[in-house]
Design a protein around this ligand. Structure first.
Ligand SMILES: [Fe+2]
Length: 366
């Protein structure tokens, strides 16, 4: 409270004595500013014209130190209070104008209201602070939970991947075991898978299907597990009955694949790799694009590898010779578009040391 008349300060202090306040009074503006800076009050009251400083100017200067305090300017008449209150510069400020002699009760009410208001502001601020602390605590807990969940998920994923890899390994092992029965077909499944992958990439096969395709190509002859050794390993040509038995291997493989969850996506490669483009293949006599793409790819890779490797009854054919035969069979046995890509992109050169043409630039397949 700042006023140049000590008696006015005494009078106001008495007026406010019922409000249970700590009142600081001074006749010096410098002292008032010092006290305000030291301990920002809820209400600042100033006479309109303290010496050397006008009341409004003084109160404006205190905003920096006590931004939320209610500021009251004491003037002499209600008319003067109204006139100052209506000045555009005072619009929207927390400045009230009260006539000291005649508006005593209004002054008391204003001070009481200001204190109550500031109390509410402080309460709200404390609540906001508590909420922020609680929120942060919850967030920390949430983050902690997230970390635990992520760790568990990662562990589960790792276990699943290990299990998947073990299953794949077991199935690859099975295919290799069938292959190993006949030393002349050694490495055949791996090469078929590699040709298939390269041809599939060249033919625009979707990237996310390549892993399954490779798996299917590797295991396409898994049904041979159900073919009698006397037929499977017969050194000479097969008779009619033996051929009938041999041709059961795609369906036998399909029966195995459909009962094993991991093999379900490759069922078509297993069942339909002996279908022919013109519909004369087996077991379903599918024709053209009705033959699943994976099976069409395997058919070409399988035939090419058989031609390109040495067997007991025949020598390995040179690349150009193999390509000639494939081209001849395009449109009746094999998908002609895929054969064209196979030849154009020199897919058959993948494993050939004798090939001296242009390097097709394929990645080395294992
Ligand atoms: Fe086969």
């Amino acid at each position: 409270m700042l006023h140049h008349q000590p008696e006015a300060l005494g009078e106001i202090a008495e007026l406010l004595s019922g409000l249970d306040l700590f009142v600081v009074s001074t006749t010096s503006a410098t002292e008032a500013v010092r006290r305000i800076r030291q301990n920002p009050p809820h209400v600042i009251i100033a006479g309109h014209r303290p010496p050397g400083l006008d009341g409004v100017g003084f109160l404006e200067a205190t905003i920096a130190h006590a931004p939320e305090a209610l500021r009251i300017v004491l003037v002499n008449t209600p008319d003067e209070a109204v006139e100052l209150d209506y000045r555009p510069a005072h619009a929207g400020t927390i400045m009230r104008f009260v006539a000291r002699p005649s508006e005593r009760s209004r002054l008391v009410a204003l001070v009481a209201e200001g204190i109550k208001l500031l109390g509410l502001v402080e309460e709200q601020r404390a609540l906001t602070r508590r909420t922020a602390i609680e929120y942060e605590r919850l967030q920390r807990r949430g983050t902690l939970l997230d970390v635990v969940v992520k760790e568990r998920t990662k562990e589960l994923e790792e276990s699943y991947e290990k299990l998947k890899a073990a299953n794949r390994q077991a199935l690859f092992g099975l295919a290799e075991a069938i292959e190993a029965k006949d030393p002349y077909t050694k490495g055949h499944c791996g090469r078929v898978a590699a040709y298939c992958l390269v041809l599939a990439r060249e033919a625009g096969y979707p990237d996310d299907g390549l892993e399954t395709l490779e798996f299917g190509a590797f295991l396409h002859d898994i049904g041979k597990i159900g073919i009698r050794d006397s037929v499977l390993l017969k050194p000479g040509p097969l008779d009619d009955n033996e051929w009938i038995h041999m041709r059961e291997h795609p369906v036998k493989g399909y029966e195995i694949a459909k009962s094993i969850e991991m093999l379900k996506p490759i069922m078509s490669a297993v069942r339909n790799h002996h279908e022919r483009w013109d519909g004369s293949g087996y077991p379903d006599k599918l024709k053209g694009h009705d033959i699943p793409l994976a099976a069409r790819l395997v058919a070409i890779a399988d035939a090419y590898d058989a031609m390109a490797t040495e067997r007991p009854y025949k020598a390995a054919l040179p690349l150009e010779e193999c390509e000639k035969i494939l081209r001849k069979c395009a449109g009746n046995m094999y998908d002609p578009d895929l054969i064209e890509i196979f030849i154009q992109r020199k897919v058959g050169a993948l494993y050939r040391e004798d090939y001296e043409g242009l390097d097709p630039g394929y990645e080395t397949a294992g």
